[in-house]
Design a protein around this ligand. Sequence first.
Ligand code: HEC
Ligand code: HEC
Length: 302
Amino acid sequence: MRFQNWVLVFLLLMALTIAVLYVSDKAPRVEIDRDALPSADVLTRRGEYLVTIAGCGYCHTDPEQPGPYLAGGRKLPTPWGDFYTPNITPDKASGIGNWRLEDFIRAMRFGVSPQGTHYFPAFPYTAFTGMTDEDLAAIFAYLRSVPAVEHYEQLNDTAWFVWREGLRFWKKLYFRPGVLMPDPLKNARWNRGRYLAEAVGHCEECHTRRNHVGALSRSVRYSGSRQGVLGEPVPNISSSRRHGIGKWTEEELSAFFRTGRRPDGSRVKGWMDEVIKGSLSHLTDEDNQALTEYIKSIPEVD
Ligand code: HEC
Ligand code: HEC
């Protein structure tokens, strides 16, 4: 075959692959049995706790002004450009006041908007996908209860190759949606700790290095990153005694989650300071113990 024909065959195959991806890319259906959910009060209270632990507040509130709670506008400076968080208060025009519970669960579990567009993983739905329907319904109930604020965020200012349409391909390669199932070989406390770390607290989103297209490098889980996705170096929190926190006792780690003080007496700075103040210091004693047990069990990565 002549060279031009090879090029033609290649282009046709590319076009076919793209067409197949588009056709197979249906927005997933979400169905919720509302009668099986706890009462609205119970849900709202649980939702408030989960919103605190998941840090929706520190990402979706602008610290500069400071902006109204959950009304968005915080800048997330990443190597792929600056992302601005949207308004998630119940305002109908600028927030999510028109969303149904199913729309919300689809956004959190599959990273798809009610219009069917894909979200950037700067929104850690890659972790939140692991939350149960009931916990997501609780978060939605709480979000419904906060004051509606009209506020429009700035447009994202991303690198030229960061393109919302391209997320279809990214998600096919790197995103596995689904509730995080308990490991039957482990005890209930460890499983609760894993759920808190991986589905709710999304520790890996900062503490695991990313590849050049922003996907987590799962072979070096929790081993930190010199650059850090938000521009700050992030330490290794695996049980490596040399590079990680293998030398910390359970009591020291548990106290760190409450106070932000390391065993040597120094305080954390930057994003982790916000994570401690806004989220982890509010864990119940039981959840603090569970998170501690799980984080201490992470295999060492040097
Ligand atoms: C690390 C920061 C961060 C955290 C933590 C975070 N979000 Fe977001 N969220 C974002 C960004 C960035 C977007 C926009 C993504 C995009 O432009 O594609 C977003 C988008 C959303 C959207 C879609 C809104 C819309 O108008 O389409 C919802 C809903 C949402 N987040 C809810 C939550 C909830 C609930 C939590 C806590 C459980 C949470 N987020 C935690 C960064 C964050
Ligand atoms: C938004 C990014 C971000 C998230 C999310 C995050 N961390 Fe961190 N973490 C950091 C940064 C940055 C530091 C370093 C702080 C400093 O330099 O003082 C840090 C420090 C730490 C340390 C201290 C380690 C040391 O050697 O000093 C521990 C322990 C830790 N994080 C645990 C966690 C756990 C557990 C979670 C999830 C529940 C979590 N982090 C979520 C960014 C994050």
